[in-house]
Design a protein around this ligand. Structure first.
Ligand code: SAM
Length: 288
């Protein structure tokens, strides 16, 4: 059922496929969250329920959207695209707040669970899903959404996929709309994490043990940190490759990890509770 054509040789897809397969084995939504919750937001616990899992997403959606200027009813008339929705941890909340939500993910089985999650905890009538079959292209028309959002996803793709999805987010967002995209960049612990990640991704390719270790939390957490991108690298790629441009650009980073940005049109702000290794690009899309 999960269609990963064109993506077979890419090691960074292995843990998602493995978790995706597990979501297809049947079992209740609560059981699925207990066995795969760690894949999405490091949520673990033998008693974890889908409701609790979604509550973590509600909290983060409310906090981030408020911090990024989408307070009160501002989302109510809007169509929002969520790139890397997983099984709908945040999607349910977006459907409560937006007129329409498009959930996109590289794993088709996650999208099925996402629809289920939204059916139970959000507004299924406001949801459509789209499978990111090749890991970098969105099957959506130009200018078809008002907001493109992505959280803890672009760091888990290959670098070119993360840049490709960024360009796609801008392409599908209408002029005057907003992109809210989360990335990972370098931190000191990468001295150890990068080689560990390379090793785990190599092991994932080995038929005998790859499948087994892709289902373990410790190995996967090393292996899936597939890329680091700085704000300048992302902004330069947009300038070089996008027909549209960005205005009102703000880069948000952790108060504990200052990010230098040389792009002259970008404001740089620290934001409480942003993970040290993460940063956000929030900007208005301009042009058609
Ligand atoms: C860590 S999970 C985060 C899910 C969700 N954003 C959340 O916070 O609960 C990352 C998600 O990104 C998806 N993903 C990874 N690579 C992707 C790609 N190239 N295109 C689209 N989705 C991708 C995975 O399948 C997974 O569902």
């Amino acid at each position: 059922m999960t269609n990963q054509r064109g993506a077979k040789k890419r090691a960074q897809f292995v843990p998602w496929r493995s978790a995706g397969n597990r979501t297809e084995t049947g079992g209740s939504a609560d059981e699925i969250v207990r066995s795969t919750g760690w894949v999405f937001n490091n949520e673990t616990g033998s008693e974890l329920t889908l409701e609790e899992f979604v509550a973590t997403g509600n909290k983060e959606v409310r906090r981030y959207m408020r911090q990024f200027g989408f307070e009160g009813e501002r989302l109510a008339p809007l169509t929002l695209l969520e790139i890397g929705s997983g099984i709908g941890r945040m999607t349910a909340s977006f459907t409560e707040q937006c007129a329409h939500v498009v959930a996109a993910d590289v794993d088709a089985a996650f999208l099925e669970r996402c629809r289920e999650t939204v059916g139970k905890h959000g507004r299924a009538d406001r949801l459509t899903t789209t499978h990111v079959q090749d890991g970098s292209t969105l099957a959506l028309a130009d200018n078809s959404v008002d907001v493109a959002f992505s959280y803890i996803t672009l760091q888990h793709c290959q670098r070119n996929d993360a840049l490709g999805l960024t360009r796609e987010a801008i392409r599908v967002t209408r002029s005057g709309g907003t992109v809210i995209l989360n990335y990972r960049s370098w931190v000191f612990s990468d001295v150890l994490l990068i080689p560990a990640g390379i090793l785990v991704r190599l092991l994932w390719r080995m038929p005998a043990i790859g499948k087994r270790i892709s289902a373990t939390r410790w190995a996967t957490r090393f292996g899936w940190q597939a890329n680091r991108l700085s704000p300048d690298e992302v902004l330069q790629d947009i300038i070089d490759h996008c027909q549209k441009s960005l205005t009102e650009i703000t880069i948000y980073h952790s108060p504990f990890q200052v990010r230098h940005v040389s792009h002259s049109n970008a404001q740089v702000k620290s934001l409480k509770r942003v993970n040290r290794s993460h940063w956000w690009l929030v900007a208005t899309v301009s042009g058609s």
